[in-house]
Ligand binder design. Sequence first.
Ligand SMILES: Nc1ncnc2c1ncn2[C@@H]1O[C@H](COP(=O)(O)OP(=O)(O)OP(=O)(O)O)[C@@H](O)[C@H]1O
Length: 297
Amino acid sequence: MSKRYGDRRAVDDVSATIQAGAVTGFLGPNGAGKSTTMRMIMGFDRPDAGSALVEGRRYADLDAPLRTVGALLDAKAAHPGRSARNHLIALAATNRIPRRRVDEVIGMTGLESVADKRVGGYSLGMGQRLGIATAMLGDPGVLILDEPVNGLDPEGVRWVREFTRQLAREGRTVLLSSHLMSEMAQTADHVIVLGRGRVLADAPISEIVGSASGDHVRVRSPRVGALTAAIQSPDVTVTPVGDDTVEVRGVGAQVIGDAAASAGIPVHELTPVRASLEEAYLDLTKDAVEYRTEVAR
Ligand SMILES: Nc1ncnc2c1ncn2[C@@H]1O[C@H](COP(=O)(O)OP(=O)(O)OP(=O)(O)O)[C@@H](O)[C@H]1O
């Protein structure tokens, strides 16, 4: 799909397939085009070129849209004067969804105690839970969640993680955007990264993290100089990070440990450090960030 706003290419020839039975993380800097893509999938915005199909059809052509795909796109979508329960009852009634499903989604999202209060008085977190309850109302096989953990407390963040993992285990398709990389690393199976409207990466999370340059082994030894000499080779880079500590790149912990043992060098720490999703993400998007903070040097 492609979409312009004025002379701005918000989404620029994006192609992707979101797999069932997995949580797909949708990442990208502010303004990268994530929300626009999600809105186009849900038929709220019309692409200038291309189309999005949900279970093989455009959103507008779905027979029972709410029962096919549920979305959280704007946590403030419910009328502020209505209660959560009444909001859900009205939606259920117009979509031929049985009334008991309203109580189910209220229970599922932990909204029982506030379900009869006005939505206008809800905290951001309660609004997010109501948004997720709304998305789940039709028991859809596909969920599109735009920053569902935004504004949630740690318990709520963990709940979204476990909830979305469960949805994927049930075989549903989950597309989830977030700026919280540590959270995404624990939630997503697969990641699509957008930058300036284009797809920068589309791969399993292990592959994305594995491609980052941050993997190294942290080594601490009272004879760190001798150990450095023992593992020296053109492929190995050793960076001092303290008097007796170095970061070693290009060789694994086992080789370093064996080299130390055969040279009789004591080792006080030998820690393989995996690159994080955050490092991989920052590597991928470094040329695509529009609003960068200048760090004083
Ligand atoms: N309705 C609109 N009218 C004009 N420009 C828009 C509109 N919606 C989005 N844009 C522009 O399109 C680009 C993509 O925005 P979008 O909200 O899709 O990004 P995003 O990846 O979701 O960002 P964020 O992480 O900040 O939510 C931005 O430059 C944005 O300013």
